[in-house]
Design a protein around this ligand. Structure first.
Ligand code: PLP
Length: 461
Protein backbone atom coordinates (compact mmCIF):
# COMPACT_ATOMS: atom_id res chain seq x y z
CA UNK A 1 0.00 0.00 0.00
CA UNK A 2 1.19 3.51 -0.79
CA UNK A 3 1.95 5.63 2.23
CA UNK A 4 -0.24 8.73 2.23
CA UNK A 5 0.88 10.73 5.29
CA UNK A 6 4.55 11.19 6.06
CA UNK A 7 4.75 12.58 9.57
CA UNK A 8 7.87 13.71 11.42
CA UNK A 9 8.37 13.31 15.15
CA UNK A 10 8.29 16.59 17.10
CA UNK A 11 11.91 16.11 18.05
CA UNK A 12 12.83 16.00 14.35
CA UNK A 13 11.64 19.53 13.71
CA UNK A 14 14.46 21.64 12.17
CA UNK A 15 16.36 23.79 14.70
CA UNK A 16 17.78 26.26 12.15
CA UNK A 17 16.39 28.25 9.24
CA UNK A 18 18.17 28.21 5.85
CA UNK A 19 19.32 31.51 4.31
CA UNK A 20 19.62 31.42 0.50
CA UNK A 21 21.52 34.73 0.50
CA UNK A 22 24.61 32.70 1.51
CA UNK A 23 24.50 30.62 -1.68
CA UNK A 24 23.02 32.65 -4.56
CA UNK A 25 25.52 32.51 -7.42
CA UNK A 26 25.05 36.12 -8.60
CA UNK A 27 25.56 39.46 -6.84
CA UNK A 28 22.71 40.48 -4.55
CA UNK A 29 21.74 44.05 -5.39
CA UNK A 30 21.15 46.25 -2.34
CA UNK A 31 17.90 48.02 -1.43
CA UNK A 32 18.26 51.76 -2.08
CA UNK A 33 17.24 54.93 -0.25
CA UNK A 34 15.35 57.58 -2.29
CA UNK A 35 18.69 59.32 -3.01
CA UNK A 36 19.92 56.14 -4.75
CA UNK A 37 22.40 55.10 -2.06
CA UNK A 38 22.22 51.63 -0.44
CA UNK A 39 20.14 51.73 2.71
CA UNK A 40 21.75 51.23 6.09
CA UNK A 41 20.21 49.37 9.07
CA UNK A 42 19.47 52.60 10.99
CA UNK A 43 17.24 53.82 8.12
CA UNK A 44 14.92 50.88 8.79
CA UNK A 45 14.96 51.22 12.56
CA UNK A 46 11.63 53.04 12.81
CA UNK A 47 9.89 50.35 10.78
CA UNK A 48 11.41 47.07 12.06
CA UNK A 49 13.13 46.03 15.31
CA UNK A 50 16.93 45.82 15.03
CA UNK A 51 17.08 42.05 15.68
CA UNK A 52 14.98 41.46 12.53
CA UNK A 53 16.95 44.07 10.55
CA UNK A 54 20.09 42.07 11.37
CA UNK A 55 18.42 38.92 10.04
CA UNK A 56 17.34 40.82 6.93
CA UNK A 57 20.95 41.68 6.10
CA UNK A 58 22.50 38.39 7.22
CA UNK A 59 24.63 36.31 4.84
CA UNK A 60 24.94 33.41 7.31
CA UNK A 61 23.72 30.15 5.79
CA UNK A 62 22.05 28.80 8.97
CA UNK A 63 20.23 30.82 11.63
CA UNK A 64 19.08 29.31 14.93
CA UNK A 65 15.35 29.16 15.60
CA UNK A 66 14.78 30.43 19.17
CA UNK A 67 13.50 27.73 21.57
CA UNK A 68 10.41 29.81 22.46
CA UNK A 69 9.48 30.12 18.78
CA UNK A 70 9.88 26.36 18.31
CA UNK A 71 7.59 25.76 21.30
CA UNK A 72 4.81 27.83 19.73
CA UNK A 73 5.30 26.23 16.30
CA UNK A 74 4.83 22.81 17.93
CA UNK A 75 1.11 23.60 18.11
CA UNK A 76 0.85 22.46 14.46
CA UNK A 77 4.38 21.60 13.30
CA UNK A 78 5.96 19.48 11.96
CA UNK A 79 3.36 19.78 9.19
CA UNK A 80 2.53 16.55 7.38
CA UNK A 81 3.80 15.76 3.92
CA UNK A 82 1.08 13.95 2.04
CA UNK A 83 1.02 11.98 -1.15
CA UNK A 84 -1.89 12.87 -3.45
CA UNK A 85 -2.63 9.25 -4.37
CA UNK A 86 -6.30 9.89 -5.23
CA UNK A 87 -5.33 12.63 -7.67
CA UNK A 88 -2.59 10.41 -9.11
CA UNK A 89 -5.18 7.64 -9.70
CA UNK A 90 -7.66 10.08 -11.24
CA UNK A 91 -4.99 11.44 -13.62
CA UNK A 92 -3.60 7.93 -14.28
CA UNK A 93 -0.14 9.45 -14.01
CA UNK A 94 3.08 7.58 -13.23
CA UNK A 95 4.21 10.73 -11.34
CA UNK A 96 4.31 10.66 -7.55
CA UNK A 97 2.73 13.87 -6.26
CA UNK A 98 3.59 15.06 -2.75
CA UNK A 99 2.30 18.16 -1.03
CA UNK A 100 3.42 19.94 2.10
CA UNK A 101 0.23 20.58 4.04
CA UNK A 102 0.45 24.06 5.58
CA UNK A 103 -3.34 24.33 5.88
CA UNK A 104 -3.38 22.89 9.40
CA UNK A 105 -1.95 25.92 11.19
CA UNK A 106 -4.32 27.93 13.42
CA UNK A 107 -4.86 30.53 10.69
CA UNK A 108 -5.07 27.89 7.96
CA UNK A 109 -1.95 28.69 5.93
CA UNK A 110 1.87 28.92 5.96
CA UNK A 111 1.72 32.51 7.27
CA UNK A 112 1.93 31.76 11.03
CA UNK A 113 5.44 30.31 10.53
CA UNK A 114 6.82 33.83 10.22
CA UNK A 115 4.10 35.63 12.20
CA UNK A 116 5.18 33.80 15.36
CA UNK A 117 8.87 34.48 14.73
CA UNK A 118 8.31 38.17 13.94
CA UNK A 119 6.05 38.75 16.94
CA UNK A 120 8.61 37.03 19.17
CA UNK A 121 11.56 39.14 17.92
CA UNK A 122 9.51 42.34 18.27
CA UNK A 123 8.51 41.45 21.83
CA UNK A 124 12.16 40.70 22.65
CA UNK A 125 13.02 44.18 21.38
CA UNK A 126 10.44 45.81 23.68
CA UNK A 127 7.78 46.57 21.05
CA UNK A 128 4.12 46.76 22.19
CA UNK A 129 2.15 46.97 18.93
CA UNK A 130 2.45 45.66 15.36
CA UNK A 131 0.75 47.05 12.27
CA UNK A 132 0.40 45.20 9.01
CA UNK A 133 -1.45 44.81 5.72
CA UNK A 134 -3.34 41.77 4.51
CA UNK A 135 -4.67 40.69 1.13
CA UNK A 136 -6.76 37.56 1.43
CA UNK A 137 -6.80 37.92 5.22
CA UNK A 138 -4.51 34.94 5.70
CA UNK A 139 -1.55 37.05 6.81
CA UNK A 140 -3.65 39.38 8.97
CA UNK A 141 -5.22 36.48 10.79
CA UNK A 142 -1.82 34.79 11.21
CA UNK A 143 -0.32 37.91 12.78
CA UNK A 144 -3.42 38.41 14.96
CA UNK A 145 -2.97 34.83 16.23
CA UNK A 146 0.75 35.31 16.89
CA UNK A 147 0.35 38.70 18.63
CA UNK A 148 -2.37 37.24 20.83
CA UNK A 149 -0.13 34.38 21.99
CA UNK A 150 2.94 36.55 22.43
CA UNK A 151 1.16 39.52 24.01
CA UNK A 152 1.27 42.37 21.46
CA UNK A 153 -1.43 44.71 20.17
CA UNK A 154 -2.18 44.20 16.46
CA UNK A 155 -3.73 46.46 13.78
CA UNK A 156 -4.45 45.13 10.29
CA UNK A 157 -5.17 47.07 7.07
CA UNK A 158 -7.10 44.67 4.84
CA UNK A 159 -7.32 45.27 1.08
CA UNK A 160 -10.86 46.61 0.39
CA UNK A 161 -11.86 43.94 -2.14
CA UNK A 162 -10.96 41.09 0.26
CA UNK A 163 -12.50 42.92 3.23
CA UNK A 164 -15.81 42.82 1.30
CA UNK A 165 -15.36 39.33 -0.22
CA UNK A 166 -14.01 37.62 2.91
CA UNK A 167 -15.77 38.93 6.02
CA UNK A 168 -15.02 35.71 7.95
CA UNK A 169 -11.28 36.45 8.01
CA UNK A 170 -12.01 39.76 9.72
CA UNK A 171 -13.95 37.93 12.43
CA UNK A 172 -11.00 35.58 12.99
CA UNK A 173 -8.73 38.59 13.54
CA UNK A 174 -11.21 40.05 16.01
CA UNK A 175 -11.42 36.74 17.91
CA UNK A 176 -7.63 36.91 18.34
CA UNK A 177 -7.96 40.48 19.60
CA UNK A 178 -6.66 42.45 16.58
CA UNK A 179 -8.31 45.48 14.96
CA UNK A 180 -8.97 45.18 11.22
CA UNK A 181 -9.95 48.06 8.88
CA UNK A 182 -10.53 48.18 5.10
CA UNK A 183 -7.74 49.77 3.05
CA UNK A 184 -7.56 52.40 1.70
CA UNK A 185 -8.95 53.91 4.90
CA UNK A 186 -9.44 57.33 6.40
CA UNK A 187 -7.05 56.47 9.25
CA UNK A 188 -3.83 57.48 7.46
CA UNK A 189 -2.80 60.35 5.19
CA UNK A 190 -1.75 57.94 2.42
CA UNK A 191 -5.17 56.20 2.63
CA UNK A 192 -7.02 59.54 2.48
CA UNK A 193 -4.92 60.68 -0.51
CA UNK A 194 -5.72 57.47 -2.42
CA UNK A 195 -9.44 57.73 -1.60
CA UNK A 196 -9.55 61.33 -2.89
CA UNK A 197 -8.12 60.17 -6.25
CA UNK A 198 -9.87 56.78 -6.48
CA UNK A 199 -12.90 56.65 -4.15
CA UNK A 200 -14.06 53.27 -5.53
CA UNK A 201 -10.70 51.49 -5.70
CA UNK A 202 -10.70 47.77 -4.77
CA UNK A 203 -7.43 48.51 -2.96
CA UNK A 204 -4.14 46.66 -3.35
CA UNK A 205 -1.44 45.21 -1.14
CA UNK A 206 0.79 48.14 -2.09
CA UNK A 207 -1.77 50.64 -0.73
CA UNK A 208 -2.35 48.68 2.45
CA UNK A 209 1.42 48.44 3.09
CA UNK A 210 1.68 52.24 2.81
CA UNK A 211 -1.01 52.67 5.46
CA UNK A 212 0.45 50.12 7.88
CA UNK A 213 4.00 51.54 7.58
CA UNK A 214 2.69 55.07 8.11
CA UNK A 215 0.89 54.08 11.31
CA UNK A 216 4.02 52.37 12.67
CA UNK A 217 6.46 55.20 12.00
CA UNK A 218 4.18 57.99 13.26
CA UNK A 219 3.99 56.50 16.80
CA UNK A 220 5.98 58.96 18.90
CA UNK A 221 6.47 56.47 21.76
CA UNK A 222 8.64 54.32 19.44
CA UNK A 223 6.83 51.17 20.62
CA UNK A 224 5.05 50.36 17.35
CA UNK A 225 6.64 48.53 14.43
CA UNK A 226 5.44 47.25 11.10
CA UNK A 227 5.36 43.57 10.20
CA UNK A 228 5.37 42.25 6.63
CA UNK A 229 3.91 38.86 5.73
CA UNK A 230 6.11 38.19 2.69
CA UNK A 231 8.74 39.69 0.32
CA UNK A 232 11.58 40.46 2.77
CA UNK A 233 14.57 38.17 3.36
CA UNK A 234 13.78 37.48 7.03
CA UNK A 235 10.20 36.45 6.18
CA UNK A 236 11.41 34.01 3.54
CA UNK A 237 14.00 32.74 6.02
CA UNK A 238 11.33 31.88 8.62
CA UNK A 239 9.34 29.96 6.02
CA UNK A 240 12.24 27.64 5.11
CA UNK A 241 11.12 25.32 7.90
CA UNK A 242 8.63 24.03 5.29
CA UNK A 243 11.31 22.90 2.84
CA UNK A 244 13.63 21.62 5.55
CA UNK A 245 10.89 19.41 6.99
CA UNK A 246 9.89 18.27 3.50
CA UNK A 247 13.44 17.12 2.75
CA UNK A 248 13.41 14.82 5.76
CA UNK A 249 9.92 13.59 4.89
CA UNK A 250 10.71 12.83 1.24
CA UNK A 251 13.66 10.82 2.40
CA UNK A 252 11.39 8.92 4.85
CA UNK A 253 9.10 8.20 1.89
CA UNK A 254 12.07 6.66 0.08
CA UNK A 255 12.52 9.44 -2.47
CA UNK A 256 16.05 10.56 -3.36
CA UNK A 257 14.99 14.02 -4.51
CA UNK A 258 12.06 15.80 -6.14
CA UNK A 259 12.18 16.38 -9.91
CA UNK A 260 9.77 19.29 -9.82
CA UNK A 261 8.94 21.78 -7.04
CA UNK A 262 5.96 24.11 -7.29
CA UNK A 263 4.62 26.95 -5.16
CA UNK A 264 2.16 29.78 -5.76
CA UNK A 265 3.60 33.24 -5.41
CA UNK A 266 2.23 36.46 -3.98
CA UNK A 267 5.21 38.21 -2.43
CA UNK A 268 7.21 34.98 -2.62
CA UNK A 269 7.50 33.61 0.93
CA UNK A 270 5.36 30.48 0.55
CA UNK A 271 7.21 29.41 -2.58
CA UNK A 272 10.61 30.31 -1.12
CA UNK A 273 9.87 28.48 2.13
CA UNK A 274 9.39 25.21 0.30
CA UNK A 275 11.84 25.72 -2.56
CA UNK A 276 14.93 27.43 -1.09
CA UNK A 277 16.33 24.43 0.84
CA UNK A 278 16.08 22.44 -2.43
CA UNK A 279 17.50 25.37 -4.41
CA UNK A 280 20.65 24.86 -2.35
CA UNK A 281 20.86 21.34 -3.89
CA UNK A 282 20.15 22.69 -7.36
CA UNK A 283 22.92 25.26 -7.04
CA UNK A 284 25.19 22.39 -6.03
CA UNK A 285 24.34 20.19 -9.01
CA UNK A 286 20.94 18.47 -8.50
CA UNK A 287 18.60 18.51 -11.50
CA UNK A 288 15.34 19.99 -10.20
CA UNK A 289 12.83 22.13 -12.07
CA UNK A 290 11.54 24.79 -9.67
CA UNK A 291 8.34 26.58 -10.69
CA UNK A 292 6.85 29.64 -8.98
CA UNK A 293 3.26 30.21 -10.18
CA UNK A 294 1.43 33.54 -10.38
CA UNK A 295 -1.93 34.76 -11.76
CA UNK A 296 -2.16 36.11 -15.34
CA UNK A 297 -3.97 39.09 -13.77
CA UNK A 298 -0.78 39.99 -11.89
CA UNK A 299 2.09 38.60 -14.00
CA UNK A 300 5.04 40.05 -12.09
CA UNK A 301 7.65 37.36 -12.79
CA UNK A 302 6.53 36.39 -16.28
CA UNK A 303 6.02 39.87 -17.77
CA UNK A 304 7.54 42.47 -15.44
CA UNK A 305 11.16 43.71 -15.62
CA UNK A 306 13.83 43.11 -12.94
CA UNK A 307 14.12 46.70 -11.73
CA UNK A 308 14.17 48.97 -8.72
CA UNK A 309 10.72 49.81 -7.36
CA UNK A 310 8.94 50.66 -4.15
CA UNK A 311 7.41 47.79 -2.20
CA UNK A 312 4.28 49.89 -1.58
CA UNK A 313 2.12 52.42 -3.43
CA UNK A 314 2.97 55.57 -1.49
CA UNK A 315 6.76 55.12 -1.71
CA UNK A 316 7.33 54.66 2.03
CA UNK A 317 9.57 51.59 1.59
CA UNK A 318 13.12 51.59 0.20
CA UNK A 319 13.61 50.87 -3.51
CA UNK A 320 13.84 47.09 -3.80
CA UNK A 321 15.59 45.19 -6.61
CA UNK A 322 12.80 42.92 -7.84
CA UNK A 323 10.51 41.86 -10.64
CA UNK A 324 7.73 44.41 -10.65
CA UNK A 325 4.66 45.66 -12.50
CA UNK A 326 5.09 49.17 -11.08
CA UNK A 327 4.08 50.29 -7.60
CA UNK A 328 0.84 51.91 -8.81
CA UNK A 329 -0.37 48.70 -10.40
CA UNK A 330 -3.86 47.71 -9.21
CA UNK A 331 -4.58 44.10 -10.21
CA UNK A 332 -8.04 43.01 -11.31
CA UNK A 333 -10.12 41.72 -8.39
CA UNK A 334 -9.27 38.02 -8.71
CA UNK A 335 -10.22 35.79 -5.79
CA UNK A 336 -6.64 34.85 -4.94
CA UNK A 337 -6.25 38.08 -2.97
CA UNK A 338 -2.88 37.00 -1.56
CA UNK A 339 -1.38 36.89 -5.08
CA UNK A 340 -2.36 40.46 -6.02
CA UNK A 341 1.02 42.10 -5.34
CA UNK A 342 2.88 44.27 -7.87
CA UNK A 343 6.39 43.20 -6.78
CA UNK A 344 8.33 40.06 -5.87
CA UNK A 345 10.66 39.07 -3.03
CA UNK A 346 14.19 40.27 -3.94
CA UNK A 347 15.67 36.82 -3.17
CA UNK A 348 13.15 35.09 -5.45
CA UNK A 349 13.80 37.80 -8.07
CA UNK A 350 17.56 37.26 -7.91
CA UNK A 351 17.09 33.48 -8.26
CA UNK A 352 15.02 34.11 -11.41
CA UNK A 353 17.70 36.49 -12.71
CA UNK A 354 20.30 33.75 -12.08
CA UNK A 355 18.28 31.32 -14.22
CA UNK A 356 17.42 28.99 -11.32
CA UNK A 357 13.61 29.18 -11.54
CA UNK A 358 10.99 28.72 -14.29
CA UNK A 359 8.03 31.01 -13.48
CA UNK A 360 4.56 30.43 -14.95
CA UNK A 361 1.23 32.29 -14.94
CA UNK A 362 -2.30 30.86 -14.97
CA UNK A 363 -5.74 32.46 -15.15
CA UNK A 364 -8.17 31.95 -12.31
CA UNK A 365 -10.66 29.86 -14.31
CA UNK A 366 -7.96 27.24 -14.99
CA UNK A 367 -7.02 27.36 -11.30
CA UNK A 368 -10.59 26.90 -10.04
CA UNK A 369 -11.02 23.99 -12.49
CA UNK A 370 -7.98 22.37 -10.87
CA UNK A 371 -9.29 23.15 -7.37
CA UNK A 372 -12.50 21.32 -8.24
CA UNK A 373 -10.58 18.26 -9.46
CA UNK A 374 -8.64 18.40 -6.19
CA UNK A 375 -11.75 18.71 -4.01
CA UNK A 376 -13.39 15.78 -5.80
CA UNK A 377 -10.34 13.51 -5.55
CA UNK A 378 -8.27 14.48 -2.49
CA UNK A 379 -11.32 15.88 -0.68
CA UNK A 380 -10.06 19.16 0.77
CA UNK A 381 -10.98 22.61 -0.56
CA UNK A 382 -7.84 24.65 -1.29
CA UNK A 383 -7.36 28.39 -0.93
CA UNK A 384 -7.68 30.16 -4.30
CA UNK A 385 -3.97 31.02 -4.04
CA UNK A 386 -3.06 27.35 -3.54
CA UNK A 387 -5.12 26.35 -6.57
CA UNK A 388 -2.41 27.95 -8.75
CA UNK A 389 0.11 25.40 -7.48
CA UNK A 390 -2.40 22.58 -7.93
CA UNK A 391 -3.04 23.65 -11.54
CA UNK A 392 0.70 23.41 -12.19
CA UNK A 393 1.06 20.06 -10.40
CA UNK A 394 -1.77 18.63 -12.52
CA UNK A 395 -0.20 20.00 -15.71
CA UNK A 396 3.16 18.45 -14.81
CA UNK A 397 1.58 15.11 -13.82
CA UNK A 398 -0.18 14.94 -17.20
CA UNK A 399 3.07 15.79 -18.95
CA UNK A 400 4.84 12.99 -17.03
CA UNK A 401 2.10 10.60 -18.22
CA UNK A 402 2.61 11.64 -21.86
CA UNK A 403 6.36 11.20 -21.48
CA UNK A 404 5.95 7.96 -19.50
CA UNK A 405 8.21 9.33 -16.74
CA UNK A 406 7.90 8.53 -13.01
CA UNK A 407 8.61 12.07 -11.87
CA UNK A 408 8.48 13.16 -8.23
CA UNK A 409 6.43 16.34 -7.93
CA UNK A 410 6.39 18.33 -4.68
CA UNK A 411 4.21 21.37 -4.10
CA UNK A 412 3.11 23.59 -1.27
CA UNK A 413 -0.50 23.24 -0.18
CA UNK A 414 -0.24 26.72 1.27
CA UNK A 415 -3.72 27.05 2.73
CA UNK A 416 -7.31 25.83 2.90
CA UNK A 417 -10.15 27.67 1.21
CA UNK A 418 -12.86 27.32 3.85
CA UNK A 419 -12.98 31.08 4.41
CA UNK A 420 -12.83 31.77 0.66
CA UNK A 421 -15.90 30.03 -0.67
CA UNK A 422 -17.34 33.01 -2.60
CA UNK A 423 -14.93 32.35 -5.48
CA UNK A 424 -16.14 28.76 -5.67
CA UNK A 425 -19.75 29.95 -5.73
CA UNK A 426 -18.97 32.33 -8.62
CA UNK A 427 -17.23 29.54 -10.50
CA UNK A 428 -20.24 27.25 -10.04
CA UNK A 429 -22.59 29.91 -11.37
CA UNK A 430 -20.31 30.59 -14.36
CA UNK A 431 -19.55 34.15 -13.30
CA UNK A 432 -15.79 33.96 -12.94
CA UNK A 433 -13.67 36.01 -15.38
CA UNK A 434 -10.23 35.06 -16.71
CA UNK A 435 -8.34 38.39 -16.66
CA UNK A 436 -5.16 38.84 -18.67
CA UNK A 437 -3.20 42.04 -18.22
CA UNK A 438 -3.08 43.95 -21.55
CA UNK A 439 0.26 45.18 -22.97
CA UNK A 440 -1.10 48.73 -22.91
CA UNK A 441 -1.94 48.61 -19.19
CA UNK A 442 1.40 46.99 -18.40
CA UNK A 443 3.34 49.71 -20.25
CA UNK A 444 1.31 52.45 -18.57
CA UNK A 445 1.94 50.95 -15.13
CA UNK A 446 5.69 50.66 -15.72
CA UNK A 447 5.92 54.41 -16.40
CA UNK A 448 6.07 54.86 -12.60
CA UNK A 449 9.51 53.21 -12.32
CA UNK A 450 11.21 54.94 -15.27
CA UNK A 451 12.87 57.54 -13.05
CA UNK A 452 14.43 55.00 -10.64
CA UNK A 453 18.08 53.82 -10.80
CA UNK A 454 18.59 50.95 -13.24
CA UNK A 455 20.02 47.57 -12.24
CA UNK A 456 23.33 46.91 -13.99
CA UNK A 457 24.27 43.30 -14.72
CA UNK A 458 27.41 42.62 -12.65
CA UNK A 459 29.43 39.45 -12.17
CA UNK A 460 30.64 38.15 -8.80
CA UNK A 461 34.42 38.56 -8.45
C1 PLP B 1 -3.08 30.46 1.05
C2 PLP B 1 -2.03 31.36 0.53
N1 PLP B 1 -1.09 30.84 -0.28
C3 PLP B 1 -0.12 31.62 -0.81
C4 PLP B 1 -0.07 32.98 -0.57
C5 PLP B 1 1.03 33.78 -1.17
O1 PLP B 1 1.95 34.02 -0.20
P1 PLP B 1 3.36 34.71 -0.38
O2 PLP B 1 3.17 36.16 -0.21
O3 PLP B 1 4.10 34.10 0.69
O4 PLP B 1 3.86 34.40 -1.75
C6 PLP B 1 -1.02 33.56 0.28
C7 PLP B 1 -0.97 34.98 0.60
O5 PLP B 1 -1.75 35.52 1.31
C8 PLP B 1 -2.03 32.73 0.84
O6 PLP B 1 -2.96 33.23 1.64
Amino acid sequence: MKEIKIVLKERDMPRKWYNLAADLPGIIEPALAPDGRPITPDMLAKVFPMNLIEQEASLKRWIDIPEEVLKILLRWRPAPLRRAVYLEEYLKTPARIYYKDESLSPAGSHKPNTAVAQAWYNKEFGIKKLTTETGAGQWGSALAFACNIIGLECKVYMVRISFDQKPLRKIMMHVWGARCVASPSNETSSGRAILRKMPNTPGSLGMAISEAVEEAVRDKTGKTRYSLGSVLNHVLLHQTIMGLESKKQLSLAGEKKPDIIIGCVGGGSNFAGLAFPFLYDKIHGDKIEIIPVEPTACPTMTRGPFAYDYGDTAGMTPLLPMFTLGHNFVPEPIHAGGLRYHGMAPLVSHAIRDGLLSPRAYDQVKCYNSAFIWAKTEGTIPAPETSHAIACAIEEAIKAKKEGKKKVILFSYSGHGLMDLTGYEKFLSGKLSKYHLSEKDLRASLESIKKFPKIRIRKKA
